[in-house]
Ligand binder design. Structure first.
Ligand code: SF4
Ligand code: SF4
Ligand code: SF4
Length: 354
């Protein structure tokens, strides 16, 4: 039977502390008990997976993370995005949780829905829990992680990762054009389906959730993400290709992750240079190089999935918490002459630019 040390639960305790603070803080600040319920659901779902992780045998640990991904991703997609959580109040109110939804809120000066989600999970949150959102909660990755190409062949050489910043700029430009040139407003997208006669609201009423514009913004955005994510995974034989080359959210995540207080780091000097941590990292981080240099994994590509900690035969790797004001990206890239055998390569090539 596995007897984990208390220290192995520190990520769970961190998430519980962060989400308890956020839940109570937003509830009190906005005087809305919904925030207490909302952040309690998210915090408990992530903490459950992080608490299960140390208890499971190595080969079963990924299921702890998948449990959190399904619970949090499912809640955010169906509960908030499709607005089904509000059925408990007799209504359906879809919210566009995609990046365009965030920019619409920002330009309208409204701190609600997607604006709060991005603020907590993707702008301020990574300072505390790194890109834990990407490893444990993202609904896009929850699906992509189920595809069969879990062991990436490595990064495509070149600066293809910069496409993510282009995508970020295009999303911002699209919303800015719609708002400032065509007069498109947040109000014109909102809608509500009411099942309780007594409810009074100024929000435009519809008879079906599929008649609400915001619902379609959310569904079409996700269709494009899932579609392109699956195509890229098939072509590049890499489940996380979408995260590496397309996802615009890194425009928020990476700057905050560069000063994150939570990192993967070596706990001892027993490293035998077996490379298992590096070749199993779904984000192609050259983990072994950090270990050899005696540094924490300072890459802003790390999604805190903990895979490297579970595959290391010498139990060298763990999580470390504390201030960190620097970042560097050591990545494993595909060797052009041996693309087909890169997955079996034992001496990874590194590049430092992303
Ligand atoms: S990079 Fe984007 S798609 Fe990938 S896990 Fe993070 S937010 Fe989700
Ligand atoms: S460095 Fe470790 S925790 Fe970070 S993404 Fe790679 S395998 Fe996951
Ligand atoms: S898996 Fe462990 S022993 Fe192997 S290279 Fe990585 S840190 Fe060293």
């Amino acid at each position: 039977m596995i007897r984990p040390k208390l220290a192995e639960f520190k990520l769970m305790f961190l998430m519980m502390a962060v989400f308890t603070t956020v839940a109570i803080g937003f509830w009190q600040a906005f005087d809305q008990p919904f925030y207490l319920i909302n952040f309690a659901i998210i915090g408990l779902s992530i903490s459950l997976g992080m608490g299960l992780w140390p208890l499971l045998p190595r080969d079963k640990k990924p299921w702890a993370r998948r449990l959190s991904q399904v619970l949090v991703g499912g809640y955010l997609f169906f509960g908030l995005g499709c607005g089904l959580i509000y059925l408990s109040f007799g209504v359906i109110v879809p919210e566009n949780m995609e990046i365009e939804g965030f920019w619409f809120m920002v330009f309208a000066g409204v701190f609600q829905a997607a604006a709060i989600h991005y603020f907590v999970a993707k702008i301020v949150g990574p300072i505390f829990f790194n890109r834990g959102w990407c490893g444990w909660a993202c609904w896009t990755a929850a699906v992509l992680d189920l595809l069969p190409w879990k062991m990436s062949p490595g990064r495509v050489p070149g600066r293809w990762g910069h496409l993510r910043y282009l995508h970020f700029a295009l999303a911002l430009g699209l919303v800015a054009s719609l708002v400032f040139i065509f007069g498109y407003t947040v109000e014109s997208q909102h809608g509500i389906v009411i099942y309780k006669e007594a409810i009074q609201t100024d929000t435009p009423q519809y008879t079906s959730m599929f008649m609400i514009p915001e619902m379609w913004w959310f569904l079409i955005g996700n269709l494009l993400y899932f579609g392109s994510g699956i195509v890229l995974a098939v072509v590049l034989k890499d489940n996380r290709a979408f995260c590496k080359y397309v996802c615009p959210i890194v425009g928020f995540l990476k700057p905050s992750a560069s000063v994150s207080m939570t990192r993967i780091a070596p706990k001892n000097d027993r490293c035998t240079r077996c490379t298992k941590c590096t070749v199993n990292c779904p984000m192609d981080i050259d983990v072994m190089r950090y270990v050899q240099e005696g540094k924490p994994v300072l890459s802003t590509e790390c999604v805190l999935c903990l895979t490297c900690t579970s595959v290391c035969p010498e139990e060298v790797l763990g999580t470390k918490m504390g201030p960190s004001l620097s970042s560097s990206d050591y990545l494993r890239v595909i060797k052009p002459a041996s693309k087909r055998s890169a997955q079996q390569a034992h001496q990874p090539d590194s590049q430092t630019a992303v």
